[in-house]
Design a protein around this ligand. Sequence first.
Ligand code: FES
Length: 102
Amino acid sequence: MPVVVFRTRGEVYRGEVKENTNLVVRAGIRQFPFPHLRYECGMGKCARCACRVLAGGERLPPPNWKEKKQLGERIDAGFRLACQLWIEHDIELAQDELPAQP
Ligand code: FES
């Protein structure tokens, strides 16, 4: 089962998830990474769930059009929208403040 390492506000949380898991859906049903993951719409519209991928990003599919629209050049800095990712492998994410669009 994929292991998710989730960093936020100086803390590190770790949890196992089923394959093909969406972290925002899980947080919505109060499973890890609840209550630490910040999110809102769950539909790629608000960017509240943006996370920086620290490890495992090479195995993710390329960003979809919603991520490109919300994140723009911040994708190059490793940001993805957690609500648009289905986790199938180990991954490490950090939820920092999302930098402003350049
Ligand atoms: S929760 Fe709104 S974009 Fe992901």
